[in-house]
Write a protein that binds this ligand. Structure first.
Ligand code: SF4
Length: 338
């Protein structure tokens, strides 16, 4: 069944109440009230909205490659790639363009429709731009969607990447504005918002979400999603990450988030940003199949495939495909991905 067919035959599609997350300015009180609804009511609402906007049994597959690992001058408390933490990760140089394209081809042949390339930078230097532009062009030529995450971008860099054909730029706000300085001190929340504006102004799509389980309060999760839902346009992709505590980082001993609270966060993202692809992102290795199933029911419809996520572990492909089979899920085709 194609996405278009499902959308045409879904009766709720035109219901204004189901699409009300678009163009709405949310208050944190409204969002918090949703977050705390009885779980059955919250999941029913999220799934109803999900069905009005997507084929409920299709999940978009993305593949992520670290094109430059470690040695990052930023001090994000969750990250093994920061020079400020003793994670034992050794830094590498920017990968050669040909190797990136060869890896992308393997990912395409394995079913991925989007290729995400990440570099551990505060921001790209002028000397890096030629190579990253060539990577975008090369991966696009394979017929894949392209996404990059390179740190902060100015207007000119955003234009360069957009002209090269970059479809998405990933730049997470990570957490609430209130909690931000507890997690990162080398930049400000406003810097993130500025890069997001530069990316939009250059005509690229935005991939922007956050991480939960970093010791934040429930109100921080609600506030983070309220910030995303109140951006001038909703991010087309909203990754919701569950912290992978990494030895040597300040969050190595962070208490794990209650899985039900994680599911609530996914459901809230689905309700507040009805047409965005919500990605069940980092942390799936620590989730049971049942928890992932609940996340898909709550409206998650994208995952990363492959056995590593930049530097952290991810379920093996066979395990993911076995889970898809158990749940009756299928990969989303390229024209249905966003
Ligand atoms: S999350 Fe990104 S910006 Fe922060 S330390 Fe890691 S690589 Fe650097």
């Amino acid at each position: 069944m194609t996405l278009a067919t499902t959308r045409e035959t879904t009766p709720e599609k035109s219901s204004p109440s189901i699409r009300s997350g678009i163009g709405k300015t949310w208050t944190t009180a409204e969002a918090a009230a949703l977050y705390r609804m009885p779980l059955n009511d919250l999941l029913f609402k999220a799934q109803t909205i999900h069905r009005a906007n997507f084929d409920p049994n299709r999940v978009q597959l993305s593949r992520l490659l670290s094109i430059k690992t470690g040695g990052c001058p930023e001090d994000c408390a969750y990250c093994s790639q920061s020079v400020h933490h003793e994670s034992g990760l050794s830094a590498s140089k920017l990968m050669e363009v040909e190797r990136v394209i060869a890896e992308a081809k393997k990912a395409r042949d394995g079913g991925a429709t989007r290729y995400c390339m990440g570099a551990a930078w505060r921001n790209p230097k002028p000397r890096d731009m030629e190579a990253v532009v060539a990577m975008v062009k090369g991966v696009k030529a394979l017929g894949m969607e392209t996404c990059m995450t390179l740190g902060m971008l100015d207007r000119e860099q955003s234009e360069q990447l957009s002209h090269a054909g970059l479809d998405y730029y990933n730049h997470n706000i990570d957490t609430s504005e209130r909690y931000y300085s507890e997690i990162i001190t080398t930049r400000h929340f406003a810097d993130r918002i500025e890069t997001l504006a530069n990316v939009r102004a250059a005509g690229m799509k935005v991939c922007c979400g956050g991480i939960v389980g970093m010791g934040e309060q429930e109100s921080d999760r609600v506030e983070m999603l309220t910030t995303l839902a109140n951006l001038p346009e909703h991010p087309e992709s909203v990754p919701i990450n569950m912290l992978i505590p990494i030895p040597g980082t300040p969050l190595a001993n962070a208490a794990p988030i209650d899985p039900i609270d994680f599911v609530r966060t996914v459901a809230l993202a689905r309700i507040m940003m009805p047409e965005s692809v919500v990605r069940l992102s980092a942390g799936r290795t620590a989730m049971t199949d049942e928890m992932q199933a609940l996340c898909f029911f709550a409206g998650a419809n994208s995952i990363f495939v492959g056995d590593t996520l930049l530097t952290a572990g991810n379920p093996e492909n066979d395990k993911d495909m076995a889970l898809f089979q158990r749940l009756g899920l299928q990969p989303m085709e390229l024209d249905g991905a966003s």
